[in-house]
Design a protein around this ligand. Structure first.
Ligand SMILES: Nc1ncnc2c1ncn2[C@@H]1O[C@@H]2COP(=O)(O)O[C@H]2[C@H]1O
Ligand SMILES: [Zn+2]
Length: 730
């Protein structure tokens, strides 16, 4: 044991032996696979079979083991055991195997090439509580704060439950990933040496709860759809405020709050401040301050405020650390985050809202998004982080970041070439086909979406109800070919994992299921945060959130829980009020941010409206409400602020009337795009018919003109403030 920041903790143990002699299960499994004594299909009904993930994990471990010869003796043991026992006769052994695998992953939890997906598979989807309980033990927090292990487990289970498993990206695995990254940063000497147990406790809880109850859409979307949270937090750090308040809700409900009563105010303050710092729109603010410290008097880590600032930066880095993971892991995260963006774009399209550039699967692509994100968001922060740490870990991060960046750039280039080729072949077709019937082409490297084809046809200018009857969209390449093109980007697993559990999906027979009618409820399937109940309850929630820190009686606990996450079983009479709804009675409730940081006061909310309106009229009603309530909504830009209509994202600010922007944005870019397209096609044809050689540069240039606003624009402006808010904020 060594003493660490006043806490007792075990030393790093030697790397565990995955096929430890005391772990007979692994032996049995290996025999099953190698010698086919027990085929997987032979497992009797009712017995538990190994999942694919478990088999892969064991195979991976075995490969390593058998090559270096460490497990030779096990081969002997294996034979002996097999003759006496079969896996199917003792399914409980699989639990041991589970534990062996989990232990193996956890023993490497301090290493950077950590794969949260592997831990999730090994733990049967419980990576979040497993990792956190492990870390709490590892740091000695259980002993130091005399925490009850059951309450700790309950707390992390609640947190896990609070993440939406239906989100491709903002789910519990992302929380696990960020917490592990935070753990790595906390191990860095410059930081570790000075941290107090309370700071470690706050940092870990903040990391694991930093996106709690994330709805899978960003703040501008919540504002544009008049979500009650936007009003509750005055359109300011809406999600981040909700995340930290949800974290406090879990502390209360698990009764962990009572166990840390002596430090609770400080703990809550730190959690709030750390989570609020993850608001990506505040990146410039933090970066400027960080640079100031590094270039000026430096940071004095003996000062609590400096330590807290570094923890804020550490959490921000951990939150966007996926580009710094090894390529295979990083790529997986990239695909997932883009799929979430694209889903939001689909919702926006269905609600007749202007589609955020970054979220439009038809006009942007994963490599494009990644290149912009790496260049304008991740690198600037990590350059400074590396300057501060300057350790083997930070060098490793930078190495991965650069390598991954180059790979995305190469993929983007490849995409440009593919697009150019397709453009030429399309141009040839154009000469025979009237322009009106030309389909919109998908980028070759977009995340595949296995939803109804019908939704692909829908355009802003086409009424939702008629969209389903349009002629199917043609693609430049037949499906199998598209798949092939996606080869370097996606493996089978990626594709499958991107299937939305909520969208229409391809049925087993291969046909596509019907698209659901458009209603705000259907659009965001798991938006539990919007499940506010009656105004009375909302008021009680408000009082709990804003300062009533007295120990809660049971009903109050239940209330917090109910407001934060969807009740497991909703009463029959429960009326959901999402998007279009807010509670009139809440007007009087007051709000104060106990952290004193960027948390807005309560403003009068929209008139009470039920969400279960006629789905066909949802968009109409939505626009009406928008215009009715606009004067009440506060935004960071005044309502009448002139804005650049060419920027979709700018147009989507909550403070700008959604109805007018929807009209402008729905018609303008499309018309422009169409006419540009025709001009381009004609030009290409002219060039080709005149027999003039077309250089690559020319091709590239013509391709670049395609689509709506280039990502670079959004991101560059975002760095200076405005568009980043609208695009990146999740
Ligand atoms: N690989 C990525 N590509 C694009 N955006 C990302 C990527 N990783 C993280 N982000 C964005 O950065 C944001 C950081 O905070 P969030 O986790 O709330 O939401 C995240 C996403 O919106
Ligand atoms: Zn996050």
């Amino acid at each position: 044991m060594v003493v660490f920041a006043g806490i007792r903790r075990p030393k790093h143990g030697p790397p565990c032996d995955p096929l430890d002699h005391s772990d007979p299960t692994a032996v049995l499994i290996r025999m099953d696979q190698d010698e086919k004594v027990l085929g997987m299909d032979d497992v009797r009904p009712g017995r538990r079979r190994m999942s694919d993930g478990e088999i892969m994990l064991v195979e991976g471990l075995e490969d390593k083991g058998t090559r270096n010869g460490r497990f030779l003796t096990l081969h002997k043991r294996r034979r002996r055991r097999l003759s006496t026992r079969g896996l199917h006769e003792c399914p409980a052994l699989l639990d041991d195997l589970h534990h062996g695998n989990v232990k193996c992953v956890l023993d490497r939890v301090w290493q950077w090439p950590f794969n949260a997906f592997t831990l999730d598979t090994a733990t049967g989807g419980r990576s979040l509580p497993v990792l956190c309980v492990h870390l709490f033990h590892w740091y000695g927090l259980m002993d130091h704060f005399k925490l009850d292990v059951c309450r700790i487990w309950k707390f992390f289970s609640l947190v896990e439950e609070g993440y939406h498993s239906t989100n491709p990206y903002h789910n519990a695995i992302h929380a696990t990933d960020v917490t592990q990254a935070m753990h790595c940063f906390l191990q860095e000497k410059k930081i570790r040496e000075h941290l107090s147990p309370l700071e470690i406790l706050s940092a870990l809880i903040a990391a694991v709860t930093h996106d709690l109850d994330h709805p899978g859409v960003n703040q501008p979307f919540l504002i544009a759809t008049s979500n009650h949270l936007a009003a509750l937090y005055s359109n300011t750090s809406v999600l981040e405020n909700h995340h930290w308040r949800s974290a406090i809700g879990c502390l209360l409900e698990s009764h962990l709050a009572e166990e840390v009563a002596s430090v609770r105010p400080e703990l809550e303050k730190q959690i709030a401040s750390l989570i609020l710092a993850t608001d990506i729109t505040r990146q410039q603010e933090f970066l400027g301050q960080f640079k100031g410290f590094l270039e000026g008097d430096g940071l004095d880590m003996t000062k609590p405020e400096h330590r807290h600032f570094i923890l804020q930066i550490a959490l921000k880095c951990a939150d966007i650390s996926n580009p710094c993971r090894p390529w295979e892991i990083s790529k997986k995260w990239s695909l997932k985050v883009c799929e979430e963006f694209f889903r939001q774009g689909d919702y926006e399209r269905q609600l007749n809202l202007p589609v955020t550039n970054l979220c439009d699967r038809y006009s942007t692509s994963v490599p494009k998004i990644q290149v912009g994100f790496f260049r304008f968001v991740v690198e600037p922060l990590y350059v400074e982080w590396n300057r501060f740490l300057d350790t083997p870990l930070s060098h490793t991060l930078m190495r991965h970041l650069k390598r991954n960046h180059s790979k995305w750039e190469a993929l983007q280039q490849q995409e440009v070439i593919e697009e150019t080729r397709t453009e030429i072949s399309e141009a040839e077709e154009v000469s025979d086909t009237p322009p009106e019937s030309q389909p919109r082409r998908l980028s070759l490297l977009t995340v595949p979406r296995m939803t109804s084809r019908a939704s692909d046809h829908r355009r802003h200018s086409v009424p939702i109800s008629t969209a389903a009857f349009l002629v199917p969209r043609r693609e430049s390449l037949p499906d199998p070919q598209r798949r092939f093109t996606l080869g370097p980007m996606l493996d089978e697993d990626d594709e499958l994992s991107l299937v939305s559990s909520c969208s229409s999906v391809r049925s087993k027979s291969g046909s596509y299921t019907e698209e659901r009618p458009v209603s705000s409820e259907a659009l965001v399937p798991d938006l539990s945060i919007a499940s506010m109940t009656s105004s009375g309850e909302a008021q009680r929630l408000s009082s709990i959130l804003h300062g009533n820190t007295a120990p809660l009686a049971a009903p109050a606990n239940r209330l917090t829980r109910q407001q934060t996450f969807p009740p497991l079983q909703q009463p029959q009479t429960y009326v959901r009020q999402r998007y279009l709804s807010a509670t009139g009675d809440m007007r009087g409730s007051s709000s104060s941010d106990s952290s004193g940081e960027r948390c807005g006061e309560n403003k009068p909310l929209l008139p009470k409206e039920k969400e279960n309106v006629d789905p066909v009229d949802a968009a109409k009603l939505f626009r009406k409400l928008q215009s009715q309530s606009l004067w009440k909504r506060r935004g960071s830009a005044p309502v009448g602020l002139p804005y650049d209509a060419s920027s979709t994202s700018a147009a989507r600010r909550g403070s700008v009337p959604a109805d007018t922007t929807a009209i402008i944005m729905a018609s303008r870019p499309q018309r422009d795009e169409e006419s540009r397209r025709r001009r381009r096609a004609k030009k290409t044809l002219r060039r080709r018919s005149s027999g003039g050689p077309e250089t690559f540069r020319q091709k590239e240039a013509s391709t670049r003109r395609r689509g709506s606003l280039p990502l670079e624009y959004a991101l560059t402006s975002s760095v200076s403030g405005r568009n980043l808010k609208d695009t990146m904020r999740h």
